[in-house]
Design a protein around this ligand. Structure first.
Ligand SMILES: Nc1ncnc2c1ncn2[C@@H]1O[C@H](COP(=O)(O)OP(=O)(O)O)[C@@H](O)[C@H]1O
Ligand SMILES: [Mg+2]
Length: 257
């Protein structure tokens, strides 16, 4: 089966700091991949490259076997990649409805007037919020600044759902969320496969990752140290050892020079 996304031999330098060193990483169709690694391992850099937020130094990105150039978030979105950050890229002073359609607003009337179809935007926004589980009747004209963290994540998730992204990337989406809100995000990730999406899920809480993903990839100091961990057949403790690098082989091998 062709991979949906294949990143090949990606390296990234921020000035002299090498954040990624020859990383190859892929995601299959309808696969939920957990990306784990200590702080600074390169997780956010990898997914920012895929979402067009950060340029890569060397390497290639393929989507469905075709080489693509992702140099901006617009490129990524055009390629079906939607990213939900911890501090999701919502414009806090704009309404829920406006944020859902940001940059892709439906128009009404003669095209040259460029008038937004706010009726459609509000109607669709209302339906989407119900679908992602915001059942409280929040008017879709409410500015993002008035929402809780979980409600903001729900808006970002609704956007990814509506535009039918092939790949939805969530980078620590549950930070600062309450218990019920966290459950909502985890349910979304778990159900993404049934909706036909692939997902990359990054979370601090390794238990959350174990609950929802099909496969785990571990980054350590900018390199992939494991890329085929089955959470159903591996213990959390073993994965923690891989993340920190304290595996038996390495402990045995380290003093030899
Ligand atoms: N904008 C930046 N400028 C310089 N160095 C950065 C920048 N962003 C990340 N880094 C460095 O790149 C490495 C990987 O960071 P990051 O991708 O954020 O890791 P993670 O998400 O796994 O915590 C770290 O050493 C970090 O300090
Ligand atoms: Mg990060």
């Amino acid at each position: 089966m062709t991979d949906l996304i294949r990143m090949e031999r990606i390296s990234k330098f921020y000035g002299k700091v090498q954040a990624l060193d020859d990383v190859s990483f892929s995601v299959r169709e309808k696969e939920i991949v957990g990306l784990l690694g200590d702080n600074g391992a390169g997780k956010s850099t990898l997914i920012k490259i895929l979402s067009g937020a950060v340029p890569y130094t060397t390497g290639e990105i393929h989507i469905r076997g075709k080489k693509v150039d992702i140099r901006s978030t617009t490129d990524a979105i055009a390629n079906g990649i939607e990213t939900i950050y911890q501090d999701s890229a919502l414009v806090t002073q704009l309404s829920i409805a406006r944020n859902l359609f940001l940059g892709r607003e439906p128009l009404t009337g003669p095209r040259f007037l460029n008038r937004m179809d706010t009726v459609t935007m509000n109607r669709v926004a209302g339906e989407l919020l119900r679908r992602v589980g915001i059942t409280k009747n929040i008017p879709t004209t409410t500015p993002i600044s008035a929402l809780s963290g979980g409600e903001r994540q729900a808006v970002a998730i609704a956007r990814a759902m509506y535009f039918d992204s092939d790949l939805i990337i969530l980078d620590e989406p549950t930070n600062n969320l309450g218990v019920a809100e966290t459950r909502g995000v985890l349910n979304f990730v778990r159900s993404a496969r049934d909706r036909g999406h692939s997902c990359i899920f990054i979370a601090h809480n390794i238990h959350h990752v174990f609950q929802v993903v099909d496969r785990i990839v571990v980054l350590r100091r900018g390199t992939v140290v494991a890329d085929d961990i089955d959470p159903k057949k591996t213990s959390i403790e073993d994965v923690e050892l891989i993340i920190t690098g304290m595996t038996d082989e390495e402990l045995a091998g380290s003093p030899v020079h």
